[in-house]
Ligand binder design. Sequence first.
Ligand code: ZN
Ligand code: ZN
Length: 341
Amino acid sequence: MALSRALRCCQRVFSWIPVIIISSVVLWSYYAYVFELCFAFTLSNTYMAYLLIFHVCFIMFCWTYWKAIFTPPSTPSKKFHLSYSDKERYEMEERPDAQKQILTEIAKKLPIFTRAQSGAVRFCDRCQVIKPDRCHHCSVCETCVLKMDHHCPWVNNCVGFSNYKFFLLFLSYSMIYCVFIASTVFQYFLKFWVGDLPNGPAKFHVLFLLFVALMFFVSLMFLFAFLLIDLCGSYFWCGLFNLKERSCFSEAFSAPVFQNGPDRNGFNVGLSRNLRQVFGEDKKLWFIPVFTSQGDGHYFPLRTLCESENPLLANEGKWMEDGGSDEENENGPSVIIRMES
Ligand SMILES: [Zn+2]
Ligand SMILES: [Zn+2]
């Protein structure tokens, strides 16, 4: 017991290493750009402009990175947890059929459209919670996270409903920061090759600034492109990159299962509405890391939902009876209960 607690403690400490690495690189880039480049080499009028733009990029980068790291993941509200009496009933019951009935009864009162691949109500045994749509259990955070996209080691946090906007902005400002550094340092890099730069440690800082900025930019670009595909759906990006439609990392690897079967694009309501879902209605706040996402993370509009369709899981007969494994076993244990037709 004490050993597992010590291991968990070590794991928590080590999980901060990627954040410390990124922070150290960024702090070094600040020192190299401001003190070694601007103060040492840039003697023209562009010096002030460089510094001003650099500081805007740097502040926005730090702000969004901070928010992506320290915004706690949203967890399902109380109404998705089993009540004390339901929990007792559920635990006392040993027959899977009866357990299924208990969960189905509770799920009928909740705005849930998706099930496990087996047709079972998506239930997290660890958190004792009926999972809302797009909610997944994170084995690193040890909790169910609303609209979980993925657990990102570089922010040591789950990217989900609460910080999806911050994470996208963090990637955007990181790329702008890298592009700005690379484009302004490039001229000094050329001078370095023709031997125009004075000797000293400053020129190596300049050289490394360019390499590091380009390296980070290329890595970020791939992740950013992938997230844009998530956000925009198939309408533009998938055609551009020749990729299939998807809605988030988790959904890219296991499509959410609806009454009519699995549909990777089930929550994709078009570019404009997807953007407003994440960034909110007020476009002035789109580029600032304040929370403006729509909804509460428990319910998301569906692409195919008809107005007349009952939003609750009333039509149980439509769910498939045959099994298959629960798609979320890797993320955490779920109770598999088959539905009767
Ligand atoms: Zn859970
Ligand atoms: Zn997590």
